[in-house]
Ligand binder design. Structure first.
Ligand SMILES: [Cu+2]
Length: 155
């Protein structure tokens, strides 16, 4: 009637042994695990190549040479009176230009505008100047020698 009790105790011991083995195995198994996790690779620096904006080559503006349109008639601002004629016969100037007539003859001439804008005797060797402040075509002549005729174009 009293024959039980032993199997239960042995079972308990077996259980304890089994647990002990498990603990040992676990210990053994976990022992080498410490070495593996040594180098935590730092996050590789993402090489962000900041593209420096290429400087747009701003070409230095070439100074466009404004071609002075030489008119067919003579430019400048002087008229010579020589050999009973005005040279150049037609002179083109801009508004505000002061034109000077110089008498190279040995006789007196006049610079007389047909419309009366100007009128002056020009003694031999002397000169006369007139500033054109209004655009237009100014025909003029010499009162002493009416065949002496010329034109100033103001624009
Ligand atoms: Cu004259």
């Amino acid at each position: 009637m009293q024959k039980t009790s032993t199997p239960t105790t042995t079972n308990a011991w077996l259980c304890l042994l089994a647990v002990g083995f498990l603990v040992l195995l676990a210990a053994c198994g976990s022992a080498p695990s410490t070495t593996g996790t040594g180098t935590t690779p730092t996050a590789a620096p993402t090489a962000t190549p900041t593209p420096t904006a290429a400087p747009t080559a701003t070409p230095t503006a070439n100074p466009t040479p404004t071609p002075t349109p030489t008119t067919a008639s003579s430019s400048g601002n002087s008229v010579s009176i020589k050999n009973f004629s005005f040279t150049p016969n037609s002179l083109t100037v801009k508004v505000g230009t002061k034109v000077t007539w110089t008498n190279h003859d040995s006789v007196t001439h006049t610079v007389t505008a047909n419309q009366g804008a100007f009128n002056s005797p020009v003694l031999p060797g002397s000169s006369f100047s007139f500033t054109f402040t209004k655009a237009g075509t100014y025909a003029y002549h010499c009162m002493i020698h009416p065949y002496m005729m010329a034109t100033i174009v103001v624009h």
